[in-house]
Design a protein around this ligand. Structure first.
Ligand code: PRX
Length: 667
């Protein structure tokens, strides 16, 4: 499980700056003071079930009310509100009909080329319903799994909502994943259909999606797929397989724009989202409908304190959990107006985000530290893309997600984007948690740069040692959540044993959720600071990558690679970078030029096997890897080598010390 805890937890960072929310942030906020926050925490501690039952009644529209709040009889397979029924899409769309929200803009879509399209809630409901009817006409039913491999578009959100409307379980695959990654997910999920687009537009480039679906299916084992539905994003034609493939225009033809939402049990799987773990095979994180939806809505209210006049913008792709909870579900459940952006932050210039904030009068902006760091770099080197060139005065709350935000980047965000007035909510959470779990509240929490501060009410987060014993403030340990919460992962699709083993260690009693991150609480305030993963998962640009997944991809290049080990190293912009140590079958490259050529070949190979995000930044070649006499790879040494650190660790158990020198060199 967590053998390398002690080596991965950094020493306690001393950050003394504190930024208390000013009166404008607190005024009218749902949780407007620490006293109000404490009162909610106390309510949850004193009457756990009652607290959650009240929240679920107040925030979710149930077609059949639940009578049971939490069922722990088969822990850690917890069930929430399980005799209740609801529909997630009805909770995002239908519930606004007949209210002032119905004619409000639901989505402001800005395309890669800057073109803007808007849809109201009423229009979105009609389009989701029509597409849901098209899915039904394809024979897709409640409980079927549907893969969505779509660009960031209104149609992507519609595809997800339409699945939810008919009770089909969606599994969105990020558009940057490869044909092989797609095939593995299709097979594991046993999907009956793929919803995709002919191409996606990113940074002025037209990139194929449908062709990758075809390649994925052609890899074999995807017989469960009966239809492939293709959104024509661009005018360019793509190959279509007769009988299996249809365009959106074809399937929507003649479909009515009303479709009754199918009520499902609260525990019905709303979606499966694959994410990296410590083994080679991605985990299908399964989320339930009721608890997930409750938390998507409630965290919009608590963390973002979203108000009717807000324009919310979460820059995450729908292929990631952030795009699920804070694009496809949360903002709609909260009746907010949101921006959906197809493109990338650096096209046509690195001021695009700031320009869009001005253009759409964005009030709440939520992005990843990596994006902030890369835009800092861009602004430093080119005045023209500095945020000062745009009017950002509409902003009132900023957010960060996906990786630790370093205090320098926090301060830049605070000064240059937030004009020193906007609270920054540094939200800690995971694919598995469904929504925020540790985060500041904009109207209440005094902020400390680099700290995600305190758990939300009802989230019993703690820091413990290997046996589950609490660790005092000021010392590092493992982040856990001691009680279940409604939006937690329910199981790993097809692999309940792996679910138990990965998240509920026996040594801690088998019912406590282990997040997989190291953390430390500050001695003075008890604030949490995440120190990074304690397993073999890397976080590159806020994207989760398994080291074993990349190793498996490298050794699958059987003509070249004999052995490979992958570790992370710190990177100024991407947080962590992938560093691969490779033993070639033919021995070490004879020249730098040959090393570069092979490294390029291996990078392209990894992009093909997993996706471009997994490409190693550094590749080093050696005759062997550092191993103990029993043959175990000494990863801690590789981590030091990757960082360019002098080796101070004990190398006495090392079988072959000479190769450290080889692997320490760039090539
Ligand atoms: O290591 C933590 C980091 O991202 C991991 C979860 O990745 P994923 O499931 O892809 O979800 C990302 C978006 C929620 C965590 O285990 N992480 C996420 N948010 C933060 C963070 N690390 C530090 N601070 C955060 N705010």
């Amino acid at each position: 499980m967590t053998k390398n805890t002690s080596t991965r937890i950094e020493s306690v960072l001393i950050e003394t700056r504190v930024f208390a929310p000013d009166a404008t942030a607190s005024a009218g906020a749902r949780i407007a003071s620490m006293a109000a926050y404490d009162a909610l925490c106390k309510e949850a501690a004193d009457d756990f079930d009652g607290f959650w039952a009240r929240q679920a009644k107040a925030n979710v529209t149930w077609t059949k009310p639940f009578t049971r709040t939490l069922d722990e009889s088969n822990a850690p397979f917890y069930k929430w509100f399980d005799d209740g029924e609801l529909n997630a899409s009805a909770n995002c769309l239908d519930k606004h009909i007949g209210t002032p929200v119905e004619n409000k803009t639901a989505i402001i879509f800005e395309a890669d080329d800057g073109a803007v399209t808007k849809v109201t809630y009423k229009e979105l409901l009609a389009r989701v319903s029509q597409f849901a009817n098209a899915l039904k006409a394809e024979g897709i039913r409640k409980g079927d799994r549907v893969i969505i491999y779509m660009p960031m578009t209104i149609e992507g959100v519609i595809a997800m909502q339409a699945c939810a409307r008919i009770g089909a379980t969606h599994s969105v695959v990020f558009g940057g994943f490869s044909a092989k990654a797609l095939q593995e997910r299709i097979i594991d999920a046993g999907a009956v259909a793929v919803i995709t687009a002919n191409y996606q537009l990113r940074g002025g480039k037209e990139l194929p999606l449908k062709a990758i679906v075809d390649d994925g299916i052609a890899l074999g084992g995807c017989e469960s797929i009966k239809s492939v539905l293709v959104y024509q994003r661009t005018a360019t034609a793509c190959a279509m397989v007769a009988g299996r493939d249809k365009t959106f225009a074809e399937v929507l033809q003649g479909q009515p724009s009303e479709c009754p939402p199918v009520p499902v049990g609260a525990e019905h799987p709303l979606f499966i989202l694959y994410t990296s773990g410590s083994t080679g095979k991605p985990k299908g994180v399964q989320h339930a409908t009721g608890g997930y939806l409750l938390w998507a809505k409630l965290t919009m209210d608590w963390t973002f304190d979203v108000r009717p006049e807000d324009v919310f913008w979460c820059t995450a792709d729908i292929g990631w959990i952030t795009g699920h909870t804070y694009v496809a579900y949360g903002p709609l459940a909260a009746g907010a107006t949101q921006v959906v952006f197809e493109g990338i932050p650096t096209f046509p210039h690195a001021g695009r985000f700031w320009q869009m904030i001005e253009k759409h009068k964005v009030t709440i902006f939520y992005t990843a530290p990596t994006a902030i760091r890369s835009l800092i770099k861009a602004a430093d080197s080119d005045e023209k893309v500095h945020p000062k060139n745009w009017n950002l005065s509409t902003l009132r709350i900023l957010g960060a997600v996906g990786e630790p935000i370093n205090p320098e980047a926090w301060m830049w965000y605070h000064r240059n984007i937030g004009a020193e007035k906007c609270p920054i909510v540094d939200t800690f959470w995971q694919t598995e948690t469904g929504g925020h779990v540790i985060t500041p509240l904009p109207g209440a929490t005094p902020l400390v740069p680099g700290s995600c501060t305190l758990p939300l009410p009802g989230i019993m987060a703690a820091i413990v040692d290997e046996t589950g014993k609490d660790i005092p403030n000021g010392a590092g340990g493992m982040l856990v959540i001691k009680r279940p919460w409604p939006s937690m992962i329910r199981t790993i699709w097809n692999d309940p044993e792996r679910f138990k083993k990965s998240y509920f260690p026996e040594e801690m009693g088998g019912t406590i959720y282990l997040a997989g991150d190291g953390a430390v609480r500050s001695a003075d305030r008890g604030y949490f600071r995440i120190t990074g993963r304690i397993d073999d998962v890397l976080n590159v640009s806020g994207h989760r990558l398994g080291t074993m997944e990349i190793e498996s991809a490298l050794v699958a290049k059987t003509d070249l690679v004999a052995e490979a080990a992958v570790v992370g190293r710190p990177d100024d912009v991407t947080g962590e970078a992938v560093c691969a140590f490779v033993v070639l079958k033919r021995g070490r490259p004879a020249s730098d030029e040959e090393a570069r050529k092979i490294a390029t070949e291996l990078r392209n190979w990894v992009a093909k096997e997993i996706g471009p995000i997994a490409k190693p930044k550094d590749i080093r070649f050696g005759e062997n890897l550092p191993k103990t006499r029993s043959g175990k790879i000494m990863r801690r040494l590789l981590r030091s080598l990757a960082k360019g650190e002098a080796i101070t660790q004990d190398t006495s158990t090392l079988e072959n010390p000479a190769i450290l020198e080889q692997l320490g060199r760039a090539h």
